[in-house]
Design a binder for this molecule. Sequence first.
Ligand code: FMN
Length: 355
Amino acid sequence: MLFTPFFDFTYHSLLKPVLFMMDPEVVHEGFTKVGEGLERTPWLVAPFFRYSHPSLKKTVLGIEFDNPVGLSAGFDYDGHMAAVMHSVGFGFNTVGTVTARVYAGNAAPRLARLPKSHSLLVNKGFKSEGARAVRARLDKKNLSHSTIGLSVGSSNVPEVNTVTKAIADYVTTFKLFAKRKYVKYFELNISCPNTAVTGTFYAPENFARLCKAVSALKLFPPIFVKMPSEISFVDSDALVSTALKYNIRGFIFSNLVKDRNNPAFDRGEIEKVVGLRGNFSGRPVYANSNKLIAHTRKKFGKKIAIIGVGGVFTTADVRAKFAAGADLVQLITGMIFEGPQLIGKINKSLAGDAS
Ligand SMILES: Cc1cc2nc3c(=O)[nH]c(=O)nc-3n(C[C@H](O)[C@H](O)[C@H](O)COP(=O)(O)O)c2cc1C
């Protein structure tokens, strides 16, 4: 990991001011192209960004993670950057959320920035090239160094309009990836707040049907359920208990928040996006996520594994998630606001904690 102060300076003083003036989806598409291009030359990325240290290694649900900082679902929807994220410094990276059917995404605008609130407004609604196209792309990549998690959702299309159809849709994607060795774990995403079926699987009876169908597939990689942010402890516990009955022991707390009265928002900023549909990442997720992690760890103890996500911008934020009970963390918004050198910086300070 070389020249971090230089990358910090360049990102904050030169790159970010320009990027943050541009349309966020255009910037993301640009990053995706550059990132995918750089996969051919990892030696141009890893020495500058990746920080490795034996003390950072961690085994969770039988998977060995090089370091505990992962890329959360929603940055690499279609797997274009699946290989380069290891060079950027992540210990694991999520591809997806992937759905069985192709979906162009909700009506634009699908992204907006709220810099004072350290948040992004997201309205993608499972934009996806479809599981078959993503699988064909991943099959061609060299993922030998990567620890890939595949986030699976049900297609956000009008035809998938009942619980039975949604379950069948999830199962299609799981089956397509079941034998792919590069998938080290799955994320079962039941908590996207931007789709037509949002909330369907918060009802324990529906969630039990989904878990039953997924566990019948006897998948080798472990499954982590991506949990909602705005859920009571009682309702969250019911979902965790249901998953455990089907031997699903991983949980990710948590997904985007809807509540525009969340105290983490700068009021002026939230009023500016009043006409825009979508839900929020970053700082407004932080407190909900930490509370759910702490509660769930206390209630279910060591029989479950927890990935903490939401509002990680600094090493202190990571430590807070670990203190609450997370085994691993993920982030997206922190990388967009602080730059890709953030991952190596966090890992370096975590390694300092251990020595
Ligand atoms: C642009 C964007 C797209 C997202 N898309 C997904 C998604 O497809 N599936 C999912 O489970 N979470 C999705 N999320 C939620 C993130 O995975 C994460 O739970 C949330 O943003 C909190 O983390 P952060 O504060 O580090 O961004 C998305 C977030 C962002 C910012």
